[in-house]
Design a protein around this ligand. Structure first.
Ligand code: KIV
Length: 278
């Protein structure tokens, strides 16, 4: 889907209407080829700022720029047709206030063709979420562990144990009332995820937040076994593509060094023979 085509994709209201129904399947994607595959199976594709760690080798999401998000957002929108594409607003692009958030979110939507943006924060971001949603920008909220605030949290810790639970519930209610169409709950305990899911009118999308949520999201490269720097307890790996790539690349290098590649079938001769590869 390009920025100018007429969208046949699922919309934010479609996702919102799935509250309490069949669980909403979401994954991240950052490139066109993987967006095509995810699009055939999932309801929502998030162009997460996890791209900074997963594809660019950054230590956290803090240094991800708006330009990076727009470039990956464009790539994903080219590959998606049915799923709702949501692009993350990166750290520093929305926290100053509603006007800054609107300016950058509008740029993301206009330049990528995505259907919504995501931003991190609960009660403190409610005013911004209200400002955006009233001006035509659908917002997916993100509360609990918000990775852009990793330096404040002092690590990627489980949130909502003990006294912290009450604030996260308030955050969920605030973003729901402000007009978010769904909310990501990251790394919170199962009882809290259940209470929030029962309390708010919008779907909760869990990542490390149990099956009590209305939907689930994971980072694609975790699911495929490509990103192996660390493996959170909440990730289920469905493939070992990192290991398979290692095997393939080492076999290629060995073949080159031992004169097995290229073989006769990969070589152009004197006389032209019609072939698919020219
Ligand atoms: O950046 C990201 O990938 C996310 C998660 C919710 C998966 O925000």
């Amino acid at each position: 889907m390009s920025a100018t085509s007429i969208s046949k994709a699922l919309t934010p209201p479609d996702i919102k209407a799935r509250k309490g129904g069949t669980p909403i399947a979401c994954l991240t994607a950052y490139t066109t080829p993987f967006a095509r595959i995810v699009d055939r199976h999932c309801d929502l594709i998030l162009v997460g700022d996890s791209v900074g760690m997963v594809l660019h080798g950054l230590p956290s999401t803090v240094a991800v720029s708006l330009d990076m998000m727009i470039m990956h957002g464009q790539a994903v929108c080219r590959g998606a047709g049915r799923a709702l594409v949501v692009v993350d607003l990166p750290f520093g692009s929305y926290e100053e206030g509603p006007e800054q958030a609107f300016r950058n979110a509008a740029r993301v939507m206009a330049e990528t063709g995505c259907g919504a943006v995501k931003l991190e924060g609960g009660e403190t971001m409610a005013e911004t979420i209200r400002f955006l949603t009233r001006r035509g920008i659908p917002v997916m909220a993100h509360i609990g562990l918000t990775p852009q605030a990793v330096n404040t949290f002092g690590g990627y810790k489980v949130q909502g144990r003990g006294a912290g639970a009450e604030q996260i519930l308030k955050d969920a209610e605030a973003v729901s009332e402000a007009g978010a169409f769904c909310v990501v709950l990251e790394k919170v305990t199962e009882p809290l995820a259940r209470s929030i899911t029962e309390a708010v009118a919008i779907p909760t999308i869990g990542i490390g937040a149990s099956a009590a949520c209305d939907g689930q999201i994971l980072v694609l490269d975790d699911v495929l076994g490509i990103f192996t720097d660390f493996r959170p307890k909440f990730v289920k790996r469905y493939a070992e593509l990192g290991r398979d790539a290692e095997t393939a690349i080492s076999a290629y290098a060995k073949d080159v060094r031992e004169h097995r590649f290229p073989g006769p079938e990969h070589v152009f001769g004197e006389t032209a023979r019609p072939s698919a590869g020219g």
